[in-house]
Design a protein around this ligand. Structure first.
Ligand SMILES: Nc1ncnc2c1ncn2[C@@H]1O[C@H](COP(=O)(O)OP(=O)(O)O)[C@@H](O)[C@H]1O
Ligand SMILES: [Mg+2]
Length: 236
């Protein structure tokens, strides 16, 4: 990214307009893209039974296009999520309880990926005002990244505790970690080190946490693992 001069700073009204525009664009792309995907699928089904070399070559090309369409569809849906948090529906919640239910949900996937889940959840947390749907999305983005980082298995640990009247959640993995050079870029929109990554997972997490008046930061030791620390205000 180029360095910004005062001239390229957006006013907040312009920013809001741009966000709406970007969201609208994503929406406009989605429909034709799904028509393209559907037709590719039909062509794939037509070619699949045939074994002529020409058909097989066409099939291979179509599968490549199909994969790219899927990546685009995922990027669009992550992008829409990122730009449109929408109105928060917050209710007082026990964060430990919410995390526990989330862990039940990701348990089977973790097991299949040879990842051990550990949790140290405080049983007497003050409640936090949480939009449960959005918060689960944030947890899911963090867990997905951890799963992807620990390709050959590992350990993912969730911890909740109180600190100075706030509620803290840490999510720690035993993956390869992030170098000091890349660490400051992790929450930048579109920053990714993955071949078909969107680079929108962590920016979305950050937006969700900040919409809850919380903060998130990341600590990492290359070769050891990565820890995300989320601090949220308690609701009383
Ligand atoms: N748990 C993690 N361990 C190591 N690197 C991570 C972890 N989570 C995120 N990253 C790094 O941060 C980048 C941005 O993550 P994210 O915004 O979710 O986008 P994406 O997953 O699409 O790449 C990833 O590409 C990866 O390099
Ligand atoms: Mg991600």
């Amino acid at each position: 990214m180029s360095t910004s001069s005062p001239n390229d700073q957006l006013t907040s009204a312009e920013a809001v307009e741009l966000v709406a525009l970007a969201g609208g664009l994503a929406h406009e792309i989605r429909n034709p893209l799904s028509t393209i995907s559907m037709n590719i699928q039909l062509l794939v089904e037509e070619l699949e039974p045939s074994a002529t070399p020409r058909d097989q070559r066409m099939l291979a090309r179509l599968l490549t296009v199909q994969k790219e369409c899927l990546t685009l569809e995922e990027t669009l849906s992550e992008f829409t999520q990122f730009v449109r948090l929408g109105h928060l529906e917050q209710e007082p919640r026990d964060l430990s309880e919410l995390v526990r239910r989330f862990l039940n949900f990701i348990g089977p996937e973790a097991k299949a990926k040879n990842i051990e889940i550990a949790s140290y959840l405080s049983s007497d947390l003050p409640s936090v005002l949480i939009d449960e749907r959005l918060f689960r999305q944030a947890l899911l983005n963090l867990a997905r990244n951890a799963f992807q980082a620990m390709e050959r298995g590992g350990r993912l640990e969730f911890q909740t505790y109180q600190k100075d009247g706030a509620v803290v959640l840490t999510v720690m993995d035993t993956g390869p970690g992030v170098s000091d050079k890349l660490l400051p870029r992790l929450f930048e929109p579109f920053f990714t080190t993955k071949v078909s990554g969107s680079g929108l997972g962590l920016p979305t997490v950050k937006r969700i946490i900040e919409a809850h008046n919380g903060v998130i930061h990341c600590e990492s030791t290359p070769g050891k693992g990565t820890r995300f620390v989320i601090t949220l205000p308690s609701s009383h």
